[in-house]
Write a protein of this length. Structure first.
Length: 156
């Protein structure tokens, strides 16, 4: 029963994550992007993509008052923190930090590539880094909770 609730919560979390990251614009704007989409948009997306690690992070820190840097930095971190909690809670065999990091990396990379191809956002390697950091923080929180609150075994 507990595992089913966790799975339903995880599915809800993933749907919310997709809504907040991929479909963040109002429907009319998304329709406009879809109506005007062509291969050249992907080329432009590749041209404007940030492939330099920490470039955007440094900019957010330097100009955090002017460009909502605080929201962008911590939003990316907080968005993936639940991932680091849900994954080992649902799949105990994935209870190692590198499993969480690897799966967070792939999910984040897929989201960024979808944004690049669909033009519903821009590809930024720093988003992948921040998302992975958030997942690891979530994992650390999960491990602390497991240490503080031991799981009871079912007795028959």
């Amino acid at each position: 029963m507990k595992r089913k609730v966790l799975i339903i919560g995880f599915i809800g979390y993933i749907l919310l994550l997709v809504r907040l990251i991929i479909f963040k614009y109002p429907v009319p704007i998304l329709r406009g992007i879809m109506d005007e989409w062509d291969v050249d948009m992907v080329r432009r997306g590749v041209y404007t993509a940030n492939l330099v690690p920490f470039k955007t992070i440094k900019m957010y820190i330097r100009y955090y008052h002017d460009i909502n840097g605080f929201d962008n930095l911590f939003g990316n971190i907080l968005a993936f923190a639940p991932f680091g909690v849900f994954l080992p809670a649902i799949f105990p065999k994935m209870g190692k930090s590198w499993y969480v990091l690897l799966h967070a990396f792939w999910l984040s990379l897929c989201i960024e590539l979808f944004q690049l191809i669909s033009h519903f956002g821009e590809f930024d390697v720093d988003d992948v880094l921040l998302n992975c950091f958030g997942a690891v923080l979530g994992y650390i929180f999960y491990r602390i909770c497991r240490w503080l609150i031991p799981v009871r075994k079912n007795r028959k």
